[in-house]
Design a protein around this ligand. Structure first.
Ligand SMILES: NC(=O)c1ccc[n+]([C@@H]2O[C@H](COP(=O)([O-])OP(=O)(O)OC[C@H]3O[C@@H](n4cnc5c(N)ncnc54)[C@H](OP(=O)(O)O)[C@@H]3O)[C@@H](O)[C@H]2O)c1
Length: 257
């Protein structure tokens, strides 16, 4: 069990990719996982679906007071966390995704930036000090931050400008943390995801839309949240001890760099 004795916090874990990562970490890799949702009842329901050591946490990543209080709680209960996964993302909205760049409103831009970018910034900023203290107390382990972005962050895209812009900045956050904190045993990664089947994507699309997306990558299929979770578990373990700042593309071979 690669994550035995590790404490992991996964934002946006009530559904989709965040749920799959929480499940993989707790059920298969032996981590204690803090399962987060903006609604405590959803967090509790989610944690009850996972066979492993979990704790339900109410957390809105856009609310700095919430974030500070969760940091305090993790220090009190666990001496801090070892792995932070920033997976929370603004829900997919057709009205935002399909609007031309020149018609993009500040409201839409701010909404996505608040969750996907500033949420990631708030979380890493608040958790870094205790994560550094914890890793300094341990001879072997490093602290790991995994930020969830998307392939448009690397390649650009002809739709969904606010999402692309926010996720591109997330890649920059990862690189910055890797460089500034690498000498303090903190590693940071971005997962740039392609079409991953979740309620927010595959299950809310039309059949032709699903088919079109499936045909995009070399593998000619959608990815699963579980496939993303396996990669996250590997990054969170000590297997990646001499790699940091990387963007790992998980898209079935559409964007190859
Ligand atoms: N699926 C894909 O194809 C794909 C592709 C590229 C990137 N991604 C990225 O992967 C991540 C997960 O996507 P998904 O498909 O699993 O979507 P999802 O099921 O909609 O999950 C998004 C999660 O974010 C949480 N969330 C939203 N606003 C939040 C806030 N202010 N504070 C805390 N949590 C918040 C939601 O939890 P609550 O409502 O319970 O709070 C929800 O669990 C997102 O960052 C997304 O951009 C997904």
């Amino acid at each position: 069990m690669a994550l035995a004795n590790k404490i992991a916090l996964v934002t946006g874990s009530s559904s989709g990719i965040g749920f799959a990562i929480s499940k993989e970490f707790a059920e298969n890799q032996g981590a204690t996982v803090l399962v987060c949702s903006r609604n405590i009842n959803d967090a509790i329901r989610t944690s009850e679906k996972i066979k492993g050591d979990t704790q339900a946490v109410e957390l809105d990543v856009t609310n700095e007071r919430d974030v500070r209080s969760v940091v305090k709680g993790t220090i009190l209960n666990h001496g801090g966390i070892d792995i932070l996964v920033n997976c929370a993302g603004h829900r997919f909205e057709n009205a935002i995704w399909y609007k031309k760049y020149h018609k993009m409103t500040d409201r839409a831009l701010d909404a996505i930036m608040e969750v996907d970018l500033k949420g990631t910034i708030h979380m890493t900023r608040a958790f870094l000090p205790s994560m550094i203290r914890k890793t300094n107390r341990s001879r072997r382990n490093s602290g790991v931050i995994i930020n969830i972005a998307s392939t448009p962050a690397m390649s650009g895209h002809r739709e969904g400008a606010p999402y692309t812009i926010a996720k591109a900045a997330v890649v920059a956050v990862t690189k910055h943390i890797a460089l500034e904190y690498g000498n303090q045993k903190i590693r940071a990664y971005t997962l740039a995801l392609g079409n991953i089947a979740t309620e927010a994507t595959y299950y809310s699309m039309t059949k032709p839309g699903r088919k079109k997306a499936a045909n995009e990558p070399a593998m000619k299929r959608w990815g699963s949240a579980e496939e993303v979770a396996k990669v996250a578990a590997c990054l969170g373990s000590e297997s990646f001890s001499y790699a940091t700042g990387n963007t790992i593309i998980i898209d079935g071979g559409k964007l190859i760099v």
